[in-house]
Design a protein around this ligand. Structure first.
Ligand code: ADP
Ligand code: MG
Length: 248
């Protein structure tokens, strides 16, 4: 696919919880081989937006399309099959599975087979899973369980799990939260390489300099509303964005 083609679009996306307008009227376009960053202070609606885009919360308003086809009613369990993968803000690995088992789960989801636990025990690791393990550098840890991993490493395993289904679109909610600086740089480098190989990404991160270095475009939010969008350096200089962050 040609870089820069619209893959996934959200139009007027809104998620209200009673009177709380967690997300309220966001337009966004994810383009092939590009990283869109979502920037915003705590509580601005970033995670809720990701939940809406991955169908984990119902839309109060708006429209979602993938390759131009509406997916606003597709159940979340079908999204992996359609090539959309995500990671969560907090680690969500299955504690009783090994690292390999957790990564392999991502491939099984893509195939729509669900978790075939017995198969995970067998050591015939498919190429996509091997590749995900190599890309994220967790190959020495395959037999460990999540409880035995450092927090940063567990986060890498989650990225591996998302990659194991060979997604077309990857959404990451604060993937480097809780990581040390070398780990953060490692993950940023990985996301950039994946982008250069054509993977379309949506990235939520607090680290503004990492966002500027990593993203092709930024969308800034405050209180559920989009407040600026465009080239990263311009968005972070935008007075409305400065005010949302610094309260000035
Ligand atoms: P961010 O990820 O930018 O920190 P969130 O999307 O987590 O922001 O939250 C946005 C707003 O929506 C916050 O005010 C939060 O309290 C509220 N919110 C999020 N989830 C729920 C929910 N399940 N029920 C009610 N309010 C929620
Ligand atoms: Mg969040």
């Amino acid at each position: 696919p040609v870089t820069g083609q619209a893959v996934l679009e959200g139009r007027d996306v809104a998620v209200h919880y009673g009177g709380i307008k967690a997300v309220d009227g966001v337009d966004l376009t994810l383009e092939t081989g590009r990283i869109l960053g979502i920037l915003g202070p705590n509580g601005s609606g970033k995670s809720t937006l990701l939940a809406a885009l991955t169908r984990l919360v119902p839309l109060t308003r708006g429209r979602l399309t993938l390759d131009g086809a509406d997916y606003g009613r597709t159940p979340p369990s079908r999204l992996a099959h359609r090539g959309i993968a995500r990671t969560f803000q907090t680690v969500r690995l299955l504690p009783d599975l090994t690292v390999l088992g957790n990564v392999q789960l991502g491939a099984d989801l893509r195939l729509g087979r669900g978790a075939r636990l017995r198969e995970l025990v067998r050591r015939s690791v498919p190429p996509a899973v091997q590749e995900a393990i190599e890309r994220t550098g967790v190959g020495d840890l395959l037999d460990l369980r999540p409880g035995e991993l450092s927090y940063g490493t567990a986060r890498k395993v989650e990225i591996a799990r998302a990659l194991a289904g060979r997604p077309r679109v990857l959404m990451l909610d604060e993937p480097t939260a809780g990581m040390n600086q070398p780990e953060r740089l490692e993950v940023a480098g990985l996301l950039r390489r994946l982008r250069d190989e054509g993977l379309t990404q949506l990235l939520v991160e607090h680290d503004v300099s990492m966002m500027v270095d990593t993203c092709d475009r930024l969308l800034a939010m405050n209180q559920g509303r989009p407040i600026a969008e465009g080239a990263p350096r311009e968005v972070v200089r935008d007075p409305a964005v400065q005010e949302a962050y610094l309260g000035k």
